[in-house]
Design a protein around this ligand. Structure first.
Ligand code: EPZ
Length: 421
């Protein structure tokens, strides 16, 4: 397994290009199952999770061409579609569950393995099931698989989600696009990835209003056609790299960054003493004079502070002046980066969903273990300004969500390299 070695190396300077959003792309790709015509996605990120989704869609009968630069994926599902999403693929990536809604809408039946838990939590699918049952689906759990059918086709309905689940909103949005009649999703997730999916479905002929708000209305249509759609900028990669100059000093411009993707995150950076400026190329980030100040953070569904930036923000707050309290309200076990940061000299107390971070002057490099995608990158960020060398092991987690992380950071002056094992 590869590891990444980071050595504290002073202020950063230069540009970091931000890729297309992993979490948008993982919802856009299953939309190809809704139409017999090709769906072409440009600005797709080059990530192992995207390859996994390609493998899953191919197992269902979709054909795709990922052009050599990895930026364009064209998928057509005009042939025979296999309704079974196998455990061996689904267990690798929870987002595989996003084929459930499209398969039900296209075929009227689907057999999709439950993804199983992952490091950050149990991650059940009850909200997805309730949403699709509201559209008339009959779903039962057998041998670890969800067996779903809608013999008479899906029918529009008004449905209020008990929690604004991103994936359940995406599954329901795709299924309702081909249901008979009108669907209203209340308490829908509002993430930019939902907006991106709705805009792509509209290009395919879907009739959708209200995406980005908590009430989305969909008029079902008989069929959807092909389309070409650019994947939206990855706001989590954006926020991650914005923290590099915040932690190291200097000035970095994150190309393609837009303020509206990271508003609540930027509010916290501003309170901590980091300045962010929208330019016509992206977001220019630099640390104002003096030490980073402690701030409190609560993770919430969009537009609140993103749970996917909580670990990275903690890396910044480890050396802030004062004490910060981070409350993780989305996942039940998302502080696994805390003990690893403690190995680097951080002073963190975790009690249930709260982590209290007492700022220290500087962290010290150490061998640390990556446990999940966002925890991995928070350890790299911490290593950028730590004294000495940090070795982050098990970086396969990292490659799921960050393309060429060492090249992007080297380009702005970081001392970072990958050790292939
Ligand atoms: C999406 O996961 C993202 N993944 C996650 O990013 C992100 O952390 C999460 O949304 C929250 O923003 C993708 O988009 C591929 P949820 P998703 O359904 O859809 C519970 C990353 O690092 N829940 O909004 O699975 C669930 O257990 C990943 O890129 C139920 O209880 O998130 C969790 O506690 C990590 N029942 C909470 O809701 C359900 O049926 C949020 O889940 C569904 C979810």
């Amino acid at each position: 397994m590869d590891s990444i070695v980071v050595t504290g190396n002073g202020p950063l300077q230069g540009d970091i290009p931000i890729a297309g959003a992993k979490n948008a792309c993982l919802a856009l790709m299953p939309a190809t199952l809704l139409s017999e015509e090709p769906l072409t996605l440009t600005n797709a990120p080059r990530l192992s999770d995207i390859k996994t989704m390609n493998t899953l869609l191919a197992s269902l009968g979709a054909e795709m061409a990922v052009l050599q630069d990895g930026l364009v994926i064209t998928t057509a599902s005009h042939g025979e579609i296999n309704p079974v999403a196998d455990y061996d693929i689904v267990r690798k990536m929870r987002a595989s569950n996003l084929v459930l809604g499209p398969l039900l809408a296209r075929l009227g039946h689907a057999v999709v393995s439950l993804p199983g838990g992952c490091a950050i939590g149990a991650r059940p699918m009850d909200i997805h099931i309730e949403a699709l049952e509201a559209l008339g689906a009959e779903i039962e759990l057998k041998d670890g698989y969800l067996h779903a059918k809608a013999p008479g086709g899906l029918k529009g309905a008004v449905h209020k989600m008990r929690f604004a689940s991103v994936g359940a909103t995406e599954n329901m949005l795709m299924a309702a696009s081909l249901a008979k009649g009108t669907t209203v999703i209340e308490n829908a997730a509002r993430e930019p990835e939902i907006v991106d999916l709705a805009q792509c479905l509209r290009k395919m002929g879907a009739q959708i209003d209200g995406e980005g708000t908590s009430r989305i209305e969909i008029q079902g249509v008989d069929r959807l056609h092909g389309a070409t759609h650019p994947v939206v900028t990855d706001r989590i990669e954006l926020g991650t790299y914005m923290l590099a100059p915040a932690i190291c000093g200097g000035e970095v411009e994150c190309l393609g960054g837009r303020l509206e993707l990271v508003e609540s995150f930027v509010e916290k950076l501003d309170a901590a003493g980091v300045s962010v400026e929208q330019t016509d190329r992206g977001l220019k980030v630099s640390r104002r004079n003096g030490r980073i100040r402690a701030v409190d953070v609560v993770t919430e569904p969009f537009p609140g502070f993103p749970t996917d930036l909580q670990a990275q923000m903690m890396a910044l707050l480890c050396t802030a002046e004062g004490t910060s309290v981070l409350e993780e309200k989305i996942f039940e076990n998302r502080f696994m980066h805390a003990p690893e940061l403690t190995r680097m000299g951080a002073n963190i107390e975790v009690h249930g969903g709260h982590a209290t971070v007492h700022g220290v002057e500087r962290l010290k490099g150490a061998p640390v273990m990556a446990t999940d995608l966002r925890a991995s990158v928070s350890l790299i960020l911490a290593g950028l300004a730590a004294e000495g060398e940090t070795v982050v092991n098990r970086v396969y987690h990292l490659d799921r969500g960050y393309e060429h992380v060492e090249a992007k950071l080297q380009a702005v002056g970081a001392k970072i390299e990958r050790i292939k094992e």
